[in-house]
Structures are given as structure tokens and as C-alpha cells.
Write a protein that binds this ligand. Structure first.
Ligand code: ZN
Length: 300
């Protein structure tokens, strides 16, 4: 049987906030079974917390923002992407301010911090969102859908009219090993003209070539170039895995995205939650052969 997981002990990631440019600290802390993933603002009176689920998503422009009545946290997807891949069910993510450290613009620092302390199984079975029928969402030329699959698989296609990006595709069975190797180091990216406009408005003050791939009109500006020739689609896969945490339970299914960003991903997740006839809540364990298949796909 698959049991719920949390981490063994507290672990920290320090860095600067993308918008403020100020130092901030994120701490991952163990949480009891059936807690889910919560953000906690330790700098505010009463340490208010916010459970991660799709209805909490309040903005999806450049990044995913979770907003509650008391506070909001921005750019949550990079620190959450590792949770989908490592299948961490219960976790407190403590923040000493409104921003999450941007680090190098990828998920590597968060993943390393989680690997450093390791995970433990808890005494409650994990409940999956097991897709039984396709669920489809479309808006203009953007598409997002999920189909039945014994495991977690993500296929992402991006198409940017920019000479350094163009059309890129990635299709991956997601587990700790594949995420670590193929996805976790892929950095966020932005266009020089947008960065300048943001800085003029007092935003992205912490943004630099240290934490993003920056493109001018025809090429990548970073002197060291790219970490993968198709780093852009790898980062979009990272973002999608982060957004998947807002489903509130681990997905068993194949997610297919075409030109879909945070906004479309949020709409797909809301549609999944509304499509009660198309998924079941299951605990693995009754069917040994199925469990073995899933275990190998998830790398557990
Ligand atoms: Zn991102």
C-alpha cells in the first residue's frame, strides 16, 4: 500500500525575493497525516496559514499566486514542483515574508533541501485522484487535458515566435529520478523588454541573469547560455508540476498541455475537481500487479 509522506525534519532555503530584491527564508517543515500542503507566514501576528488548493489561486499572470483573506504568496510553483515529483503529501512551507526565494529560477535549491532531510512514510494511506475518463479544456489555441494513466505523466508543447525558442516538446513519466535529472534545473525565462518595464514599475528588483534566462529580440543574453537546448519546455513542465499541487491530492493520470501556462493549468485543475464522474479517489493496495506497475513508474 502507498502511504502518505512528509519530510523527516525541518530544512531551509534562503535567497532573495524576485520583486523586493530582499533576502527571505523558506522553511519546509513536517506535517501530520491528512494535513495537505500549507503556506505559513511566520512574520505575521498569529502566523496565519493557507492551504494549497485550486480555489486559492488568485493570480496567474507571470506566476501562480495563492491568495487568502489574510495574506498571499507569489511564485509558489517552483518550490511546489518538487512536491509533485517526490509525492510529498503533508508539508508546512513557512515564509518570513510575502515572497519565496527565487534562487536560480529553477527548482534545484528546493529539491536539494528536501533530498537533504529525506522523507518518511506516515501511518495513513495516500488517496489519489485517479482519472477514469478524459477531461479536456481549451481556450483559443491553448489546450490542456488529462487522460487515464497508471502513474504520473506530463507531455508539454510550447510554441513561442522567438528565434531562440520556437516549438519544443517534452514527454516524461514523473518520478524523483526523472524530475531531478530532466526538469529540476530548468530556469524560468523572460524577455528583456518586459524586465525593463517591470523594473520601471518597481517590480522584479531582484531579477537578474543569476535567476532567469533572459532573451533579447533574437537570442539568449546570459553569457553561460542554456543548461539544456530545450530548457524552456523543461521549465514549463516544472511549472505545471508545481501547479498540480493545487489539485489537493496526487494525480494518477497523463496531463497533456499545448501552449498552456499557469492560467490554463488552473482552469484545467478546477475542471478536474468539477468533473466528479471522470475520476475516483483510490488507495492503491487492493491490486498488487497494478501497484507494482505504478511503483515502478513513480520510481518508488
Ligand atoms: Zn516558472
Amino acid at each position: 500500500m502507498f502511504l502518505q509522506k512528509t519530510i523527516r525534519k525541518r530544512t531551509e532555503v534562503k535567497g532573495i525575493g524576485l520583486h523586493s530584491g530582499k533576502t527571505c527564508t523558506l522553511t519546509f517543515a513536517p506535517a501530520p497525516p491528512n494535513t495537505g500542503v500549507h503556506f505559513v507566514r511566520t512574520d505575521l501576528p498569529g502566523k496565519p496559514s493557507l492551504k494549497v488548493y485550486a480555489a486559492q489561486v488568485s493570480a496567474t499572470g507571470y506566476a501562480t499566486t495563492l491568495g487568502g483573506p489574510v495574506f498571499s504568496v507569489a511564485t509558489v510553483e517552483h518550490c511546489m514542483s518538487a512536491l509533485s515529483a517526490l509525492r510529498i503529501d503533508n508539508l508546512f512551507i513557512e515564509l518570513d515574508g510575502p515572497e519565496i526565494p527565487i534562487c536560480d529560477g529553477s527548482a534545484e535549491a528546493f529539491l536539494k533541501s528536501l533530498h537533504l532531510v529525506g522523507m518518511i512514510e506516515q501511518d495513513q494511506p495516500r488517496k489519489y485522484c485517479y482519472i477514469t475518463q478524459p477531461i479536456y479544456f481549451e481556450e483559443g489555441d491553448k489546450q490542456a487535458y488529462v487522460v487515464p494513466y497508471h502513474g504520473l505523466r506530463v507531455s508539454v508543447t510550447i510554441d513561442f515566435p522567438h528565434p531562440a525558442i520556437g516549438r519544443q516538446k517534452l514527454d516524461l513519466d514523473i518520478n524523483d529520478q526523472s524530475f531531478t535529472r530532466e526538469v529540476s534545473r530548468a530556469r524560468t525565462f523572460g524577455f528583456l523588454k518586459d524586465v525593463e518595464a517591470l523594473k520601471a514599475r518597481g517590480l522584479a528588483l531582484g531579477g537578474s541573469l543569476e535567476n532567469a534566462i533572459v532573451l533579447d529580440d533574437d537570442k539568449v543574453v546570459n553569457p553561460d547560455g542554456l543548461r539544456f537546448p530545450d530548457e524552456f519546455v523543461r521549465h514549463k513542465t516544472l511549472d505545471a508540476l508545481g501547479d498540480l499541487v493545487t489539485l489537493g491530492m496526487p494525480l494518477m493520470g497523463h496531463v497533456v498541455l499545448f501552449k498552456a501556462g499557469h492560467d490554463i493549468m488552473n482552469k484545467l485543475i478546477r475542471k478536474i475537481l468539477d468533473s466528479k464522474d471522470c475520476f475516483k479517489h483510490i488507495e492503491l493496495g487492493a491490486d498488487i500487479s497494478e501497484e507494482a506497475l505504478v511503483r515502478s513508474r513513480l520510481g518508488e
